[in-house]
Write a protein that binds this ligand. Structure first.
Ligand code: NAD
Ligand code: UDP
Length: 340
């Protein structure tokens, strides 16, 4: 029988894997909503829990087409509602990811990482569920090892303005590792490197969405610091395929796995690419570099390649083109919407 695949993912829920009951925390966010769409396509029952701090119901337009989907407004720092059905799997994505947003209420961010994971673990224990946790390349801080393998323990300032996120995510990895050792329940930890794509919020504040929105609106592109700092940008389709591989690959364990695209560029190069692709009259506006902003970042993805057979496929130019089309459409819709 021919396989039914999309982006290398098998969509036949009933063939290799039975339909499952799945909780996605942060399901209304950029990544969470794409994950919900994939899980629904695979035939599963999906519930999103989200407090809509940075996510939105608009992101769930496709998911709501399915009778197997429910979205519930809930803050993950509170226990997962008792009345919800038993879950086979819990994907924990709830946490603001943009520095601008996670620094707005740093204590809440730290609590979301620590308390949120605590509540996920409690529920997984009750349901005998498998946990997937969205960790981050920020656990490496401003890295002194380049590129970053999972064995690198990082260089994080524990008292700086990014620490609420970085240390929160590090603590989450700690308690999840203790949890799996003490209960034997399966845990998967993805260390996600900078990922971009459609459904990022226009005011998300991260560099790809900022540059594209600024260029489309004819505003100057804001480069922080020299712009010589580097990042490695992964398109969301590739990342979501990586989530699926990590959750189910036979060789995967609770050891963290880097998921990202190793193609590294400077912030200035990114600005030039966006300007070339969008056109228009925007120029460069220099602003101060935020405190503790990492100077270099690139994933070593050997572990993902070896254990999951996963690697990103979408080149930056192609992913940026899709993201530019998305923001172009979204900004046009917002301009034509009548003001209340
Ligand atoms: P996002 O901000 O679009 O999504 C986060 C979602 O979590 C939003 O819908 C938000 O409303 C929700 N949320 C936040 N706090 C919550 C709380 N206390 N209770 C319930 N819901 C809450 O960000 P994203 O890029 O989709 O990131 C998703 C996850 O992936 C995050 O955990 C983030 O740390 C991680 N991550 C993302 C990237 C990336 O480049 N996109 C990189 C590293 C890690
Ligand atoms: N950045 C920038 N201009 C912006 C937003 C971000 O120059 O408008 C820089 C930021 O200082 C950092 C890089 O781009 O060096 C990536 O920032 P982002 O917030 O996207 O992600 P993170 O710092 O968490 O990797």
């Amino acid at each position: 029988m021919a396989s039914i695949t999309e982006n290398g993912i098998d969509l036949r829920a009933g063939s290799k894997r039975a339909a499952r009951s799945i909780l996605v925390t942060g399901g209304a966010g950029f990544l969470g909503s794409h994950l919900c769409d994939l899980l629904l396509k695979q035939g599963h029952e999906v519930i999103s829990l989200d407090n809509y701090f940075t996510g939105s119901v608009t992101n769930l337009g496709d998911a709501f087409e399915s009778a197997r989907f429910r979205a519930i407004e809930h803050d993950i720092i509170l226990p997962i509602p008792e009345e919800l059905p038993r879950f086979d799997e819990i994907y924990n994505l709830a946490c603001p990811a943009s520095p601008v947003h996670y620094q707005l209420d740093p204590l809440k961010t730290a609590l979301t990482s620590a308390g949120g994971v605590w509540n996920v673990m409690a529920r997984a224990r009750r349901d005998n569920a498998r946990i997937f946790h969205a960790s981050t390349s920020e656990v490496y801080g401003d890295p002194t090892v380049h590129p970053q393998p999972e064995s690198y323990h990082g260089n994080v300032n524990p008292i700086g303005p990014r620490a609420c996120y970085d240390e929160g995510k590090r603590f989450a990895e700690t308690i999840l590792s203790d949890f799996t050792r003490s209960t034997g329940l399966p845990v998967r930890i993805a260390r996600i490197f900078n990922t971009y794509g459609p459904r990022m919020h226009p005011e998300d504040g991260r560099v790809v969405s900022n540059f594209i929105v600024q260029a489309l609106l004819g505003r100057d592109l804001t480069i922080y610091g020299s712009g010589r700092q580097t990042r490695s940008f992964c398109f969301m389709d590739d990342l979501i395929a990586g989530f699926d591989a990590l959750m189910h690959a036979p060789g995967a364990t609770a050891e963290p796995v880097n998921l990202g695209n190793p193609h590294e560029i400077t912030v200035v190069e990114l600005a030039e690419m966006v300007l070339d692709m969008v056109g228009g009259r925007s120029r460069i506006l220099r602003l101060p570099l935020p405190v503790d902003d990492p100077q270099r970042r690139r994933p070593d993805i050997s572990r993902a390649k070896n254990i999951l057979g996963w690697k990103p496929r979408v080149p930056l130019e192609e992913g940026l083109a899709a993201t530019i089309r998305y923001f172009d459409r979204r900004l046009a819709e917002e301009q034509t919407r009548p003001r209340k």
